[in-house]
Design a protein around this ligand. Sequence first.
Ligand SMILES: NC(=O)c1ccc[n+]([C@@H]2O[C@H](COP(=O)([O-])OP(=O)(O)OC[C@H]3O[C@@H](n4cnc5c(N)ncnc54)[C@H](OP(=O)(O)O)[C@@H]3O)[C@@H](O)[C@H]2O)c1
Length: 281
Amino acid sequence: MSPPPTQKLPCDWSCSAPPPPELQVQGPSTGFPGRVAMELGLAGRRALVTGAGKGIGRSLVQALHAAGVRVVAVSRTQADLDSLVRECPGVEPLCVDLADWEATEHTLGSVGPVDLLVNNAGVALLQPFLEVTKEAFDTSFDVNLRAVIQVSQIVARGMIARGAPGAIVNVSSQASQRALTNHTVYCSTKGALDMLTKVMALELGPYKIRVNAVNPTVVMTPMGQANWNDPHKAKVMLDRIPLGKFAEMENVVDTILFLLSDRSSMTTGSTVPVDGGFLAT
Ligand SMILES: NC(=O)c1ccc[n+]([C@@H]2O[C@H](COP(=O)([O-])OP(=O)(O)OC[C@H]3O[C@@H](n4cnc5c(N)ncnc54)[C@H](OP(=O)(O)O)[C@@H]3O)[C@@H](O)[C@H]2O)c1
């Protein structure tokens, strides 16, 4: 059976002609020159992004900066922050190991007003279940879960004291909801992060603070490359993804921007897959 003829919609997003100039996004903000812009209204707000030195966090800082957001970039390697500030002048760098509770309290204690928080820093230490070590467990839970609680407490207390609304996005994973070989600890941290997201949404909702999670499939960041470069292993995963490909950083960044913006003002406590359909299977 031949497919139905394409319907012409009032606003035809699929047309091959470029959108009108006023709707085109210029420059590096989206990575897709000419793509139709959805105005997110984030300009002028102040955001804090953890794990800002590499991968998804770095890409997010670049997008927020291009959108006129004032960004506090938190990460562990000073050289990454130095190069980020050179690329995005005005970004405020804070170098700290989020696994260190006291250092985090000291570094973020006087961070000032924050409207938007993205808890993105994470580690993936893969071990077979029978070989899981205390060290891998402690480091993973300290960074992937405990630091999310600590940083969110600092930021949310400030929002509540100012009587200001806010939005928090936790970067989880498809691994929060599916068992993956050698991912005992990582899956456990992300499963806990999904539930933390819901409880935070429950308790912070009355203060007009929304809390959501994004749950990406594999993204070829430094973390993704470390764990999914083996073509055989990658194929096994790709075969489970209906769209047949891994996510790009832009896919994850776009979803985070939406969840930070008032365009998602009635959405809280959700876990939003960016997974090509992996979690539907
Ligand atoms: N890539 C994927 O396939 C994938 C899929 C689903 C979910 N995710 C999640 O997405 C988030 C970002 O991942 P990514 O792929 O962008 O990772 P990445 O490429 O490894 O980058 C992670 C960033 O977080 C920083 N970081 C890690 N531990 C930290 C700590 N203790 N204190 C401060 N900063 C720390 C790293 O700094 P250093 O390099 O200096 O340590 C780095 O800048 C993570 O939560 C991850 O679990 C990733």
